[in-house]
Design a protein around this ligand. Structure first.
Ligand code: UDP
Length: 240
């Protein structure tokens, strides 16, 4: 592994919305997808062990379904399937960029993905394969943020990197308040006290209990992921 790397095993969480085209509103934008994968390739080439968790928000969310009369549990399964679609899209683009991948699904679907087996996932990492965790936790009422927190704990990852559209955590909404101040670092307790929405509360408490740091950063910044794994000052780091 390259000596410039600070975080050797990471869980990178991407929201499904990342893949949506800004121009057409299409749920998939191949150019965006390939750009994200280029960034992943940069750290892959350094020898970083990478787990990926992608959401399904560009396709379906259980809560949205509920508003349209779909039962919450059914909607959540639809959302989990959406994450499988996104995971396959990631796999396709990564493999074309020369990155070896394996998709592991929390819900068995043999023809499409391996089942999630923790020890096997670790073996994949050791062999230089990126592991993409699909179908969330496999349970309704959870999120892919919680999936990232759970898998990071199971895989003993050094950090969760949560890629978003904002460049970190602010004391108030930077879109509404021009005087909003960005935090460079933050403790879990302060994040809780100030009710800062780093992740949903289930995901956040898992990170807190298992001492997994979370880096919130802007995926669109130049070489954002590369700089993040080197421990450079990007985004906001939430830690114990
Ligand atoms: N989901 C679920 N259990 C999980 C993970 C996801 O039920 O363990 C469902 C849930 O309906 C969620 C949807 O899948 O809304 C898509 O995931 P998420 O909202 O986290 O995607 P993102 O916002 O990151 O794109």
């Amino acid at each position: 592994i390259d000596p410039s790397v600070k975080y050797k095993r990471i869980v990178l969480k991407l929201s499904g919305e990342v893949l949506r085209s800004g121009k057409t509103g299409d749920p998939f934008d191949r150019a965006i997808l390939d750009k994200v994968c280029e960034q992943v390739k940069e750290i892959y080439d350094l020898g970083v062990q990478i787990c990926l968790v992608i959401g399904g928000g560009n396709i379906f969310r259980g809560l949205q379904g509920e508003k349209r009369g779909v039962d919450r549990t059914t909607g959540d399964y639809m959302g989990m399937l959406a994450t499988v679609i996104n995971s396959l899209a990631l796999m396709d683009s990564l493999e074309k960029a020369g990155v070896n991948t394996r998709v592991q699904s929390a819900i068995p679907m043999d023809q499409i993905a391996e089942p999630f087996i923790m020890r096997r996932a670790i073996r994949h990492l050791e062999k230089g394969r990126v592991v993409i965790f699909a179908a969330g936790t496999g349970n309704p009422y959870f999120s892919t943020d919680t999936t990232a927190a759970l898998r990071a704990s199971e895989m003993h990852a050094d950090i969760i990197m949560k890629a978003t559209k904002v460049d970190g955590i602010y004391d108030k909404d930077p879109k509404k308040y021009p005087d909003a101040v960005k935090y460079e670092e933050l403790s879990y307790i302060d994040a809780l006290k100030q009710r800062l929405n780093v992740m949903d509360s289930t995901a956040f408490s898992l990170c807190l209990d298992n001492n997994v740091p979370i880096l919130v950063f802007d995926l669109k910044a130049e070489h954002a992921i590369l700089r993040a794994v080197r421990g450079e000052k990007v985004g906001t780091l939430v830690h114990g």
